[in-house]
Design a protein around this ligand. Structure first.
Ligand code: M6R
Length: 362
């Protein structure tokens, strides 16, 4: 049932190209420049969005915030559901609560959603599991269609959630009249390339395996990224901790100088998301700061970027894509890194200690 793979996690990592076809398939019209989501919700009845989720799904929500604000000019906030449900959030009838969940059964997410609804919010689920509890408590569901995910560490559901966030942001952006047709078409063409580009990213596994070999004895890892790649950094760190039990922290790269830079020495591998985009140059400066303190830099960079080779000890190249979509491609080597390190350390990849696939208790 693992399709010839030694672990479900690896199988699910490799399923991502077709998962993205499923998530995006039939939902994009290049000619009209539209995302066709079949939702009854009136996009113009929404003034702000609250993205609520846990763990990996919460990082998809963080990414969603950047896209909803950047593309659709729609105020959006993301928050872990366990905080949202107890902090008395300000919500009204023009707030859309978006509950993001692979299982659709996470109790904190369900309770946060109920709290938003009690206060009058509209509710949309971005969910994988058909007919799950969350899907029964929202007005509408945007299914991510990732297929069953068995590995406790979420991989394919994450990339599918990111793709769903891009669909939702495009849908709002066009309805709100803030994204010109040509720009929408460009974005759609790029979205359609994602399955193939993720396939290419998967081919980097031997390079990632070599990096894992080099660093799997490290006590700690730091992950850095900016803008849409900040959630990617957090997701990379979470994957590594979950399945390898190595301590890993993530920071938005610009925050490094406010504290975490004190951690850097020659024993610390630092994974930097340094793909091409508006903050590329600033990310290079962050890499220089790490290098000046002896840190070991593993860069995830855009294919063809020669400059980065001079700065980083190790580089994993990923194919070029629209900067707003780069997390969907860049997270792949981070999933593989966590996997390879965990295997080298002899960990139970699919059933890591202390974790359950869905967290239905508080
Ligand atoms: O089923 P959900 O998407 O609601 O699960 C949320 C988290 O529990 C989940 O993403 C968890 O963080 C994973 N183990 C991450 O790999």
């Amino acid at each position: 049932e693992k399709g010839g793979f030694p672990h479900y996690m690896l199988k699910e990592i490799y399923e991502q190209p077709w998962v993205l076809e499923n998530t995006l398939g039939g939902r994009l019209s290049e000619e009209r420049g539209e995302a066709e989501l079949g939702l009854e919700l009136d996009p113009l009845s929404v003034d702000r969005v609250h993205l609520i989720a846990c763990g990996t799904a919460a990082y998809a929500g963080w990414y969603g915030k950047y896209l909803l604000e950047g593309l659709a000019k729609l105020p959006a906030d993301w928050e872990v559901a366990s905080e949202y449900r107890y902090r008395d959030p300000v919500v009204d009838g023009r707030t859309l609560a978006v509950a993001i969940s692979q299982s659709g059964e996470t109790i904190d997410t369900l309770e946060a959603l109920r709290e938003a609804r009690r206060k009058g919010a509209r509710a949309l689920g971005v969910v994988n599991a058909k007919g799950s509890s969350i899907t029964r408590e929202v007005e509408e569901v945007l299914y991510i269609h990732a297929g069953p995910e068995i590995g406790v560490a979420s991989t394919k559901a994450y990339t599918a959630m990111l793709a769903a966030m891009a669909l939702l942001a495009l849908w709002f952006a066009r309805a709100r009249g803030v994204l010109p047709l040509e720009e929408a078409r460009t974005l759609i063409r790029e979205m359609k390339k994602l399955p193939r580009l993720v396939e290419e990213a998967l081919e980097k596994r031997p390079i990632v395996a070599h990096i894992a070999e080099k660093y799997h004895q490290a006590q700690d890892f730091l992950f850095l990224g900016r803008h849409v790649q900040a959630p990617t950094a957090y997701e990379g760190a979470l994957k590594l901790k979950e399945i390898s039990y190595i301590h890993a922290e993530a920071y938005p790269a610009g925050e490094m100088k406010h504290g975490p830079i004190a951690l850097i020495d020659e024993h610390l591998p630092v994974v930097v998301l340094a793909t091409k985009g508006p903050l590329y140059e600033k990310t290079l400066s962050n890499i220089q700061e790490v290098r000046a303190r002896g840190g070991k830099v593993i860069a995830i960079a855009t294919e063809g970027d020669e400059e980065i080779r001079k700065l980083a000890q190790d580089v994993v190249y990923v194919p070029e894509v629209h900067p707003l979509l780069s997390p969907i491609v860049s997270v792949v080597p981070l999933q593989l890194l966590a996997y390879e390190v965990a295997v080298l350390l002899g960990r139970d990849v699919d059933q890591p200690r202390n974790l359950a696939k869905s967290v239905t208790v508080e």
